[in-house]
Design a protein around this ligand. Structure first.
Ligand SMILES: Cc1ncc(COP(=O)(O)O)c(C=O)c1O
Length: 407
């Protein structure tokens, strides 16, 4: 039997993985065109509007409003949907902090609920149990571009008169029952930050099918201006969240590659699921029939140390990295364990509205994922060849065979 690389053996792989972000001559040409045109912002250029239209069309949404980043997209989407002081918004505990800070920035109250252990998406049963007379919205996160149970959530929203604002920050190209995510609920927010599957360095977008919501979101991102009204007339308390023409120029090029890249990620992820899923201790996430297209912002597995011969996750990741296949362990703790929530660092809004005592929140699935049960690999890896995917499988099989040495 071969020797583990961490014990001096030959690594399964020493070649590098695909890098990120990717670009070619089209980005260079587009950037130079913007530079030389002298139209660098959306007030004078037309690329931001072109990207809004192209991306909204790509996701089957009627309206798109490009903004500075995904965090701003979520903040504005909530505000445009009418979320206001003291409203409770139900969010998953396992997500990036912006899902919850977008709520706080609207002087509203994030209420954390657990995710399902096999999809890592918000659990509709937990959402239902958390609804109070103050609940106004749910913000499902389509984790890694895997659609949440939108039928279940929509039924709850109808019953309790809630709005659904999707955190679609991982959802470029992702679909729910054949429709692009982002405008399945009232609105959704996307991110184009530099680690994302299409990127302008930074950037974001709000998508919606609702004309009035789109008009409010446009105004809120444009210092309160309303389309078609005088430049110095301001109707809403908005900020300046406009995307630049440089970002839009790059994003249009990135979008042109997205379909093909998503199909490659789908194909490689299916290969990995079939082969890695056969190794005891590694379980691919459950794919529901409504997840008709997944963007695969990352490839991830539920990790079971006991079934991996008692090898704890960090040790397994060390052995895999030595074989040339790096994984990471995701968020170190559920959101509510951040000092922001535990210490209620919300300022004087505390004098006006009640917040839960976040020290008492306990979401066991999210806790286990953070502590020990989850491993992820970045999306660029999924753009490799089938031979590259075989290296991942060979490394995981080798490490599993040597589990006894790793305990
Ligand atoms: C789930 C989720 N929501 C929101 C965001 C915020 O996006 P941005 O970094 O563009 O502000 C991110 C970005 O990392 C994210 O992963």
């Amino acid at each position: 039997m071969s020797t583990l690389a961490m014990n001096g053996g030959t690594p399964v792989r020493s070649k590098p993985w695909p890098g990120w972000p990717m670009h070619d001559e089209t980005e260079k040409t587009a950037l130079l065109e913007v530079l030389e045109s002298g139209r660098w912002g959306r007030l004078s250029g037309d690329r931001v509007a072109a990207f809004e239209q192209a991306f909204a069309g790509f996701q089957n949404a009627r309206y798109g409003i490009a903004v500075t980043n995904g965090t701003a997209a979520l903040e504005i989407a909530l505000k445009a949907a009418g979320i206001d002081i003291g409203d409770e918004v139900i969010v998953p505990a396992y997500t990036f902090v912006a899902t919850a800070t977008a709520v706080l920035q609207n002087n509203a109250v994030p209420v954390f609920v657990d995710v399902e252990p096999d999809t890592i998406n918000i659990d509709p049963k937990a959402v239902e149990a958390a609804i109070t007379p103050r609940t106004r919205a749910v913000m499902p996160v389509h984790w890694l571009g895997r659609a949440c149970d939108m039928d279940g959530l929509t039924a709850l929203a109808r019953k309790h008169n809630l709005v659904i604002i999707e955190d679609a920050c991982h959802c470029w190209g992702s679909q729910w029952n054949g429709k692009g995510l982002g405008a399945v609920g009232a609105a959704g927010g996307f991110s184009f930050q530099e680690s994302k599957n299409i990127t302008g360095g930074e950037g974001g977008m709000i998508l919606t099918d609702d004309e009035a919501l789109a008009a409010r979101a446009f105004s809120l991102h444009h210092i309160g201006r309303l389309a078609g009204r005088p430049f110095y007339e301001h109707a809403l308390p908005g900020g300046n969240y406009r995307m630049t023409e440089f970002q839009a120029a790059v994003l249009l090029c990135q979008l042109a590659r997205l379909e093909e890249q998503t199909l490659t990620r789908e194909r490689n992820a299916a290969f990995l699921n079939a082969h890695l899923g056969a190794i005891p201790g590694l379980t691919p996430l459950r794919r529901e029939p409504y997840m008709t297209r997944i963007s695969w912002h990352a490839y991830s597995l539920i990790y079971d140390a006991e079934r991996m011969g008692g090898v704890v996750r960090e040790r397994w990741m060390e052995a895999m990295a030595a074989e040339g296949v790096p994984f990471w362990s995701g968020y170190p703790h559920p959101l509510y364990r951040n000092p922001l929530f535990r210490d209620r660092a919300f300022g004087r809004i505390l004098d006006y509205i009640d917040f839960p005592d976040y020290r008492e929140v306990e979401c066991p699935v999210s806790e286990a994922l953070c502590r020990s049960d989850y491993v992820l690999m970045g999306h660029p890896t999924l753009l490799g060849t089938e031979e590259d995917m075989r290296d991942i499988v060979r490394a995981a099989e080798k490490v599993a065979q040597h589990a006894g040495e790793l305990r």
